[in-house]
Design a protein around this ligand. Structure first.
Ligand SMILES: [Zn+2]
Length: 423
């Protein structure tokens, strides 16, 4: 059973820890819980002490201090707060994410106006009602290129644009990393204009010169190889037009780049349907999430098996040791912030990752590759962004759906969804 049990006074069993605990009730002890630390399951049951929004200590058996809130974690599994590596945010979406245990979102193109506030918020340890945000801000693309209808105007790259200056301007706007779109090709295969490979290379160099990552939107296998050879740190989709050969996989591996497969984008609503049919999920969905999940992606007659091809690439990339990070690309094609990360992880497991490896793809791996040094692991000193599940998701990834309690900055998150907006 999992439950929050107020304990008035318990004896101190952690030498050196108890003495530091203030008797003001500001500390939380999650007791006797199995811990997946972001990389692996720790042996036996442990207890985790949270203080001032940070993981203060992890002990074998936990009884500490006076007046702190004690959570009986017996039977449950504690994980780092989830990090989603490909979203696009809008009003309310980061709150939707947090209610499903996604405590950090990495946006891969978005309106830069919110970034100053986002930077402040992610440094704070106050109670918040939304996931922390890192963002590419305005991406690097050409007039008429992808994304065609982002809903707002932003600067685009012309043939004469100085890309070093262009990248500097994006960082000035608040971009944390650079995202470029590389999709050259001829109609009808790819009717949109695109950056050239020279422009992609110049973008990556300008980002690296300033110590920032450059990631790419690339959909086709041949272009994926070109982009990582040009120095891209990661590509935020896997190819779904062709399965990579052993030689291509080896070329990609040698670049050290990571992949964010976004299999949810090519599942054509499959994940959305399974979420809407699950009463472990539906009580927590906002009206917006329900609306987005019930969208039927328009059918494409004769559409190849995009999910099968992309999954085969994930299987090969992962087997070769190419780092895989999890992201569902919400709100694209019936995906939503938060809940769709669950179905993305389920896709990754079907593609060949173990459940624990899939969980790493949504915790420690994105923290490492995006240099988020204060989160993504359960270890003393890291931010107390945590999720507790009733059943063990390292045994069966669908057990992530038994999400029970979420802490953000050490504060328990209210999972009540917002009401329907009056129109
Ligand atoms: Zn996207």
């Amino acid at each position: 059973m999992l439950g929050i049990v107020p304990v008035a006074a318990v004896s101190a069993a952690w030498p050196g820890v108890a003495a530091a605990v203030r008797p003001d009730g500001g500390a939380v002890l999650i007791r006797d819980v199995r811990i997946f630390d972001g990389r692996r399951m720790l042996d036996g049951r442990r207890s985790v002490l949270i203080r001032d929004g940070v993981i203060a200590a992890i002990g074998d058996r936990g009884l500490v201090g006076d007046g702190m809130k004690v959570v009986d974690g017996r039977g449950g599994t504690l994980l780092p707060g989830l990090i989603e590596s490909h979203v696009h945010t809008f009003e309310g979406s980061s709150a939707d994410a947090l209610r499903f245990g996604v405590t950090t979102e990495l946006e891969m193109f978005g309106e830069p106006g919110q970034l100053a506030v986002a930077k402040q918020r992610r440094r704070s340890r106050k109670r918040v009602t939304a996931a922390d945000l890192w963002s590419a801000g305005n991406g690097v693309t050409v007039p008429g290129g992808h994304p065609v209808n982002p809903g707002y105007e932003f600067p685009r790259v012309l043939p004469e644009t100085d890309l070093d200056r262009f990248v500097a301007d994006r960082l000035q706007e608040g971009s944390d990393y650079l995202k470029f779109v590389y999709e050259p090709g001829d109609p009808p295969d790819r009717p949109l204009p695109s950056l050239s490979l020279e422009q992609v290379t110049a973008t990556i160099r300008a980002a690296h010169r300033r110590g920032r990552l450059a990631v790419g939107h690339v959909e086709k296998l041949k272009l994926y190889v070109e982009a990582v050879l040009a120095g891209a740190d990661g590509i935020v989709h896997v190819p779904y037009n062709a399965v990579a050969s052993a030689a291509e996989v080896e070329t990609i591996r040698q670049t050290g780049s990571f992949a964010v497969p976004t299999l949810s984008v090519v599942d054509w609503g499959l994940g959305a349907k399974s979420l809407l049919a699950d009463d472990r999920i539906t009580p927590w969905l906002s009206p917006t999430q329900q609306y987005l999940l019930s969208q039927e992606p328009p059918d494409r007659p004769g559409r190849p098996d995009f999910l099968g091809i992309a999954s085969a690439n994930v299987r090969r990339f992962h087997a070769a040791g190419i780092p895989v990070l999890a992201g569902a690309d919400a709100p694209v094609r019936a995906n939503v912030s938060g809940a769709s990360l669950f179905t993305e992880l389920e896709h990754l497991v079907r593609a060949g990752l173990t459940p624990a490896e899939a969980l790493t793809a949504a915790t420690a791996a994105p923290a490492r590759h995006f240099r988020l040094t204060d989160r993504g692991r359960i270890t003393p000193g890291r931010r107390a962004d945590l999720v507790l599940t009733t059943d063990d998701p390292t045994q069966d990834i669908t057990n992530l759906r038994t999400l029970h309690t979420i802490w953000k900055n050490g504060h328990q998150v209210d999972r009540t969804p917002p009401p329907e907006e009056e129109s």
